[in-house]
Design a protein around this ligand. Structure first.
Ligand SMILES: *Cc1c(COP(=O)(O)O)cnc(C)c1O
Length: 439
């Protein structure tokens, strides 16, 4: 697979280059040069098929010529070693549960695949690679788990002091080994600024091999295509037209869905479900993209004012908004609706939704036609947002083992100011003396 920059200002890159570079040299995002449809045989045989086989066929189609087929099959099997069931919670509405991975959110899929792909390309003589990741919650945990104890990699997670939920924080700070957690005395924006500055610091990069694992990395996007096909393979009535609703923040998940449609996924349209950070729904209405500073909501992983993956979506549609509108509608939802919905769905169906998944459900409720079958993506386990969920649901929320283990673990973290000098010194020192980083 060759990748192009969404800005078109630089030559195409191999997947390997795109994976390790992150942002394209012209400042655009790398996106697949072409997405040829899967064979009719593959598409017709989906119902009831094994998800491991579906993912393997998709990966081999997408990455043909990049990774040896046997190695790729291992990467896929290893990355997706947890179930992704489609659970019908009421007539005509299915919930695609993406939260059975080690950090209880869909980001495990992308992070695990990307880590294994990077490992595959690494040579034993390569210097240790430091993965820098700024997180406001779910990303840090998914990336840290994906690279935990992986030879040749070290992860430095930067998170804003006091602004990440306890469960989210413990899922990465308790890991140790090759994972370092820096608690920054500042905001999430400060964390992002430090990471950005490190990447622009050529002196630093000469001493310390850096890579990024944020959600714009194409290596995280590709495996997210797989589970849209898993959903279709599990449909109770394959004859009914399907609509997907995607709770969205930076729009990586939705971008992968639109890629899946290009590959031949049978679905009528997608719903871009957001909280009040609604730059994309507004863009779909008005045709004008007007990003705004992010607003804090209960669905904090979706508090993105300037969603970067919209550039990939526009590129995919040749910036033809009418064509995009035929496949995608926006749906915006407030915190009050989210709370009322979590309560109502639990009362009527017994299903417990987290605030992000509830927005996916709301997107369907607002837009689904009677003959259609709606699938919403459940992007996080409710136990990860237990405080919010408990405020409106009295039933007990079962806590998965991954979470109870993390909650009882000892946190290993280093507090740091938001000053670049201190951060830089830490990175350089940790390379010169690996024992300085907690192991
Ligand atoms: C990251 C995240 C989202 C948003 O996904 P995007 O791909 O950025 O749109 C939604 N829900 C949860 C739980 C997340 O962690």
């Amino acid at each position: 697979m060759r990748c192009l920059s969404t800005r078109g200002g630089c030559p195409s890159a191999s997947l390997q280059e795109a994976l390790f570079t992150g942002l394209a040299p012209d400042g655009g995002l790398y996106t697949p040069e072409r997405l040829d449809p899967m064979s009719p045989g593959f598409l017709n045989d989906l119902p009831g098929r094994d998800p491991g086989e579906i993912a393997r066929d998709l990966a081999q189609h997408l990455l043909a010529g990049e990774v040896d087929p046997d190695a790729l099959a291992d990467i896929v099997r290893d990355s997706l070693d947890f179930p992704i069931p489609l659970v019908e919670i009421e007539d005509g509405i299915g919930c695609l549960e993406l939260f059975h991975g080690p950090t209880l959110a869909f980001k495990d899929v992308g992070a695990r695949f990307m880590a294994r792909l990077m490992s595959h390309y690494r040579r034993p003589s390569d210097p240790e690679l430091t993965i820098l990741v700024a997180t406001s919650g779910d990303t840090g945990a998914a990336v840290a788990h994906a690279f935990l104890s992986r030879e040749g990699f070290r992860v430095v997670v930067l998170f804003p002091h006091g602004q990440v939920s306890e469960a989210q924080q413990k899922l990465f700070t308790t890991l140790g080994d090759n994972i370092v957690s820096l608690e920054i005395d500042g905001s999430f924006d400060d964390c992002q600024r430090l990471v950005k500055r490190a990447f622009q610091d050529s002196d630093l990069r000469a001493q310390c091999a850096l890579a990024s694992a944020n959600s714009i990395n194409v290596g995280r996007l590709l495996p997210q295509i797989f589970y849209y096909f898993f959903a279709v393979s599990q449909l109770p009535d394959p004859a009914r037209p399907v609509v997907f609703s995607i709770p969205s923040g930076n729009f990586g998940n939705l971008t992968a869905g639109l890629f899946a449609k290009r590959l031949g996924l049978g679905c009528r349209r997608f719903i871009a479900a957001t909280n009040v950070n609604d730059a994309v729904p507004r863009y779909l209405e008005s045709g004008v993209f007007e990003p705004k500073p992010s607003v804090q909501t209960l669905a904090n992983a979706m508090d993105v004012g300037h969603p970067s993956n919209l550039s990939r979506i526009r590129h995919l549609y040749g910036d033809d908004i009418e064509a995009l509108r035929a496949d995608l509608v926006g749906s915006r939802h407030e915190d009050e609706e989210v709370l009322a919905t979590i309560h109502d769905v639990e009362q009527r169906t017994g299903a417990i939704l987290d605030p992000h998944s509830a927005i996916g459900y709301l997107g369907l409720k607002a837009n689904l036609m009677p003959e259609e079958y709606g699938i919403f993506l459940a992007t996080a386990h409710p136990a990860k947002f237990a405080e919010t969920v408990h405020s409106v649901v009295s039933a007990p929320i079962e806590s998965p083992k991954a979470l109870t283990t993390a909650m009882s673990g000892e946190e290993k973290l280093q507090a740091m100011s938001a000053d670049y000098g201190e951060f830089r010194e830490y990175l350089v020192g940790a390379v010169a003396d690996p024992d300085r980083s907690p192991r």
